[in-house]
Design a protein around this ligand. Structure first.
Ligand code: ADE
Length: 211
């Protein structure tokens, strides 16, 4: 899976992508992430990415043409691409959507808006899939892009080793415990439930079902 990130702050995603599981997936060439700074696709001498909204109102709107040029470049490096536009009014992201995308596409192009949004002609021309990651308003699309990359990538077979199959085929625990077996905190003792130390798998599954 190849992810293309179109943003005015592409740097802001890098530290997360260079950590832990996603870093390993990139190193193992299971995924690739390409960045496109919208500013690089502007044609005026000040590299202006935004302008005032027609009809008035607060804030600035990201101009259509640099975004369209960036998407064109991403498309030229793609095979079967889905173009995602982030908006709180979009379709709710879920594991089901993650699996559909993983199954149908080789490339996902994320358009990360900011300020008061992106000129509406971008979504009209590109017929984007408009996605929301929850019922709250964020300042931009970079965090939603990371959320989608993380959720899709961890479902690619092999990325989690057998952790995902263990998680989904066995009874996953909502309450994990690790060492030490007991500790004291503010005068109280906290111990791991006995059954988890029994080595009795049927009983452990029963206990986890009860959670
Ligand atoms: N942009 C701003 N808020 C958002 C949200 N909740 N989901 C997706 N994109 C957004």
């Amino acid at each position: 899976m190849k992810y293309h990130i179109i943003s005015i702050f592409p740097e802001s995603l890098k530290s997360y992508l260079e950590s832990s599981l996603l870093k390993r997936a990139i190193e193992n060439k299971v995924i690739d992430v390409l960045f496109y700074n919208i500013r690089d696709y502007t044609e005026d001498k000040h590299n202006k990415v935004d302008d005032r909204p027609y009809g008035g109102g607060p804030g600035m709107v990201i101009s259509a043409l640099p975004v369209l040029s960036a998407v064109e470049e991403a498309l030229s490096k793609s095979d079967k691409a889905l173009i995602v536009f982030f908006t709180p009014h979009g379709e709710s992201f879920s594991n089901v959507m993650a699996d559909e995308i993983r199954g149908e596409y080789t490339d996902v192009i994320f358009i990360c808006g900011h300020y008061e949004g992106v000129d509406a002609r971008v979504t009209q021309i590109l017929k984007t899939k408009n996605v929301s990651i929850g019922n709250y308003v964020l300042t931009g699309g970079e965090l939603p892009a990371l959320v989608m990359i993380d959720a899709i990538t961890r479902r690619i077979p092999g990325v989690l080793g057998d952790e995902l199959s263990v998680e989904e085929n066995r009874i996953a625990t909502k309450e994990p415990y690790t060492r030490p077996e007991c500790f004291e905190y503010k005068g109280e003792e906290y111990c791991v439930p006995e059954v988890l130390k029994s080595g009795h798998h049927a009983k452990i599954d029963e206990f986890r079902k009860g959670e």
